[in-house]
Design a protein around this ligand. Sequence first.
Ligand code: MLT
Ligand code: MN
Length: 312
Amino acid sequence: MRVKIIGSAAGGGFPQWNCNYRLSRAARSGTAGVHSRTQSSIAASADGTGWVLFNASPDIRQQIAQTPELQPADDAPLRSTPIRAVVLTNADVDHIAGLLSLRERQPFAIYATAQVLATLEANSIFNVLDPQIVPRRLLTPTEELAIRDADGRETGVVVESFPVPGKIALYLEQRDDPGADFSSDTGDTIGVRITGAGSRGAVFYIPGCARIDAALRARLVDAACLLFDGTLFTDDEMIIARVGPKTGARMGHIAMSGEAGSIAGLADVKIGRRVFVHINNTNPVLDENSAEHAAVKAAGWEVASDGMEMEF
Ligand code: MLT
Ligand code: MN
C-alpha cells in the first residue's frame, strides 16, 4: 500500500491568500525551513496504478499537477484519470470543494457518510458531478468496506470509517446555538482506517479531531501509521496571533501541546509512525527552525509536507 500526503495544510492552505501573519509572510518570501503547503488531502494506492483520494481539497488541480501518479497515464484514453474514488471525512470546504474541479463527465466514485452525502445532495452545484457517472456511496461507520471504482471494480483499498470527536462544517453551524457541541462524536467528522491487499499494517487518517478519548486510543493501538489533526500547536494560538477569536476547541480541533493535547494523549499508545497533517497557517511547527518543531520531533512526531510518501 502506497500513501501520499498530497496536501498537508489546514483550510486556507499555507500561505493562506489573505494571511499576513509572520509564517505566511515567511513562506511567501522563501525563508529557509518554511515551506508552502496545499490543503488537506491524501491519496492511497494498493496496486500503484489506481488511486483513492481521501478528501478533495480546493487545491486539487495543483495537487494533481504536482503528483505524476494522479495524472492520465501515457497510454490511457484521451480523457482518463487514475483516480478511482474519493472518500470524504467530513463536509468542510477544504475537504469537499475540490470535487467541483473533478467535473468533465469522468467516472469515479464518491464515498461519504449519510451526513456528508446529505450536504452534497442539498447543494445543487455538486450536480456538476452527475450521479449517473459519479456514483455516491454510503460509508457506514464502523463497517469495513472495499473501495470500488465507478464500475464496481475493487481498487484493493479497504476502509473502515469511525466517528471521532468533532463538529459539523462551519457553514452548517446554527448561529448562536447555545446547545452546540463542538466535540461531539455524532459522525459529522470521521476518521478512516486504511488497509489493502498485501499491506503490512493499517494507516489511520484523522485530519479533524476535537479530543482524544478512550475509544480512539484503543482503536489506534498497533497502527502502522497515524496521520493526525495537527491544526494548532496551542489551543489559543489564533487568538495570540491576533488573526481570529476562535480557540481550537471551538473549531473542533485538539491542540498538539498541553495536558489535553494530542502529543500527551497518545504518548503511551503503540503506533508505528505518527505524522501531523491539516496544519494551520498559525502553527509554529511550520517553521522547521522553531522550538515547537523541535519539540514535536522530540516527542516522536513528524510534521507532514506535501508530497511525503510512505509504504506499508
Ligand atoms: C476546519 O478544519 O475547521 C475547517 O476546514 C475550517 C474551514 O471551513 O475553513
Ligand atoms: Mn479543515
